[in-house]
Design a protein around this ligand. Structure first.
Ligand SMILES: [Zn+2]
Length: 342
């Protein structure tokens, strides 16, 4: 009698199917929970004569195991069919959700703009190593050993005697170009440079420079001025004024700082230009004949001019950015602001 009942429950369980969570729950109530038919079989135990208890116990345990295995099977089945139906819900004809397109970093964009301006007037691009020897970073550029001019640039040395350092300027690239090419040379060398400076709103230990070099017969200061006038007007707008202030660099003679009229106040004086109406954008000068000779160029025959600018400086002036550190913090809120301008 019990055997028949148990067999009937077993075949019922085997035949049960479930398509969704509700049917799973119905199965659980019917065959797994305490009040299920299987639960009742266990409750029946107390009415079974002692000598049959062992055999009965084995039978109902089999039912219990069967019910639980079936339950797991049904759970897996329902889960899988849900996954499938989700993947079938994807409509490939719908327009895509906005995934957020990135932008070009303002320094990269500024560098690119500078390159474009000079490329159009015949400058090519040259690159050099960021780890430099003493010759290319200092000596060939007319920085004599133990000369105080070396103190102008706080250097990260990697090795001493012979000195190997992170380049302090991209002028080292000009030396490499002059050593390997014959004039006429018209080249632009943008790149990363390193100086041991405390990081602040106006200074950083890593920054970017772009330097230009023009060496040929009869290159004069007027060529230098005209080239930089052209650059300033292209970069900052036609109204921009340029002035040159006498200065000193070991590698140029004569040397001049390049100022442009303040972009913020237009020359009338403000905080950015400290009331002068002018802001400095870089240094320049006629290549010192010693430098030409150091690089194997006949200084009797050839002359040249060179200039250098900080790319951060140009970007700060162009976009009126007040803190240099923002360029390297990679704050998306900062970077996003340049997307429409670039
Ligand atoms: Zn101003």
């Amino acid at each position: 009698m019990q055997q028949e009942k148990i067999d009937a429950i077993k075949s019922e369980i085997a035949a049960t199917d479930a398509q969704n969570a509700d049917e799973l729950e119905a199965y659980r109530m019917k065959y797994i929970s305490k009040k299920s038919v299987v639960g009742e079989l266990f409750a029946e135990m107390r009415n079974i004569p002692n000598e049959e208890k062992k055999a009965y116990g084995q039978l109902i345990n089999e039912v219990k195991v069967l019910a639980e295995e079936k339950f797991q099977e049904l759970i897996d089945k329902v889960n899988n069919s849900q996954k499938q139906s989700k993947s079938q819900d994807i409509d490939l004809t719908l327009p895509p959700t906005n995934v957020g397109v990135g932008g070009i970093h303002p320094l990269t964009a500024t560098r690119q703009r500078i390159i474009e301006i000079f490329e159009r007037i015949g400058f090519n691009l040259s690159e050099g190593p960021e780890i430099e020897d003493d010759w290319h970073n200092f000596t060939a550029l007319n920085f004599p050993e133990n000369h105080p001019a070396r103190e102008m640039q706080d250097t990260f040395f990697i090795e001493k005697n012979p000195d190997i350092a992170l380049r302090t300027h991209t002028s080292s690239v000009q030396v490499r170009v002059m050593e390997n090419q014959k004039p006429p040379i018209r080249t632009l060398s943008p790149g990363r440079v390193y100086r041991n400076e405390a990081i602040s709103a106006r200074a950083h230990c890593i920054f970017h420079q772009v330097e230009g070099l023009y060496v040929d017969e009869n290159v004069g200061f007027a060529d230098l001025k005209n080239t930089l006038y052209h650059f300033a007007k292209e970069m900052f707008g036609k109204e921009t004024k340029v002035r040159f202030r006498p200065s000193y660099f070991p590698f140029t003679e004569p040397s001049a700082e390049i100022d442009i009229s303040c972009q913020l106040c237009g020359g009338s004086g403000c905080n950015v230009c400290k009331g002068t109406g002018w802001v400095e954008i870089g240094g320049s000068g006629m290549v010192d004949p010693n430098v030409l000779e150091n690089c194997g160029i006949d200084s009797k025959k050839y002359t040249g001019f060179a200039f250098g600018m900080g790319i951060e400086r140009i970007a700060m002036l162009k976009y009126q950015i007040k803190d240099l550190r923002l360029f390297t913090e990679n704050d998306v809120r900062f970077l996003k602001q340049f997307r429409p301008m670039l």
